[in-house]
Design a protein around this ligand. Structure first.
Ligand code: GRF
Length: 216
């Protein structure tokens, strides 16, 4: 029997375009479940259409936010994925969960971190007249959009750019870089060891080919 591919669970809150790209490009891993912190997240439909198990956790169905979060975390524990990917998950992940999943919890953020953590990144990039913008995939730690950077893709900002035009150029780069990172982790071409991200030569060569930026 061929060895089973590493499994991932994806956490979303909204439309799920990154989720869709993770599903479509799942060559070395399998997406075993999609969890959302609301039942109307568009990504839940994308998952169902692709035959992936979905779990929606509506805030109103729990007495407190803490209970809602606990239910999400306990489902993930039960599913035992090899990796958990946040893809537009708009809820702060509690430090205990982050600690429990250290090195197995990743996020995609639409800026070149450490620049522009938080929300409205495209708007702020235009307002602040940045010359370059982009996206980052990183391991999650207990800060907001901090944690060891795995890979980044940059996009030049034009003087005529609006928030929307910029977002429209960053998004395809997100769709390319996120599955590349997950496939590379599945192949052990990217590893997390002693708090550091380690790359094989293959990972570095593939990144260079696709114009992804890896830390030294
Ligand atoms: C993406 O821009 C992602 O980087 C950010 O939230 C957005 C989610 O979009 N964290 P989608 O739901 O994947 O389409």
């Amino acid at each position: 029997m061929p060895a089973q591919k590493p499994s991932i669970a994806v956490l979303i809150s909204g439309r799920g375009s990154n989720l869709e790209s993770l599903i479509k490009n799942s060559h070395q891993y399998s997406v075993i479940a999609v969890l959302a912190n609301n039942k109307t997240a568009g990504g839940l439909k994308i998952a169902s259409v692709n035959g992936i198990q979905t779990y929606g956790f509506e805030r109103g169905e729990f007495a407190t936010l803490k209970e809602q979060k606990a239910a999400i975390y306990s489902k993930i524990r039960e599913l035992k994925p090899d990796l958990v990917a946040l893809a537009g998950f708009m809820q702060i992940v509690e430090p205990e969960f982050v600690k429990e999943w250290t090195g197995k919890l990743i996020n995609i953020h639409p800026s070149l971190l450490p620049a522009l953590p938080g929300l409205d990144t495209h708007h702020r990039a235009v307002q602040e007249k940045l010359k370059v913008h982009g996206c980052t995939v990183h391991f999650v730690d207990s800060g907001v959009d901090t944690g060891p950077i795995i890979a980044q893709a940059s996009v030049a900002v034009e003087s005529t750019d609006t928030e929307d035009s910029l977002a429209a150029r960053v998004l395809p780069r997100e769709h390319a870089i996120y599955p590349w990172v997950v496939n590379s982790i599945a192949l052990k071409n990217i590893k997390f060891e002693n708090g550091k991200v380690i790359y094989t030569k293959t990972a570095r060569a593939e990144a260079a080919e696709q114009d992804f930026i890896l830390p030294e």
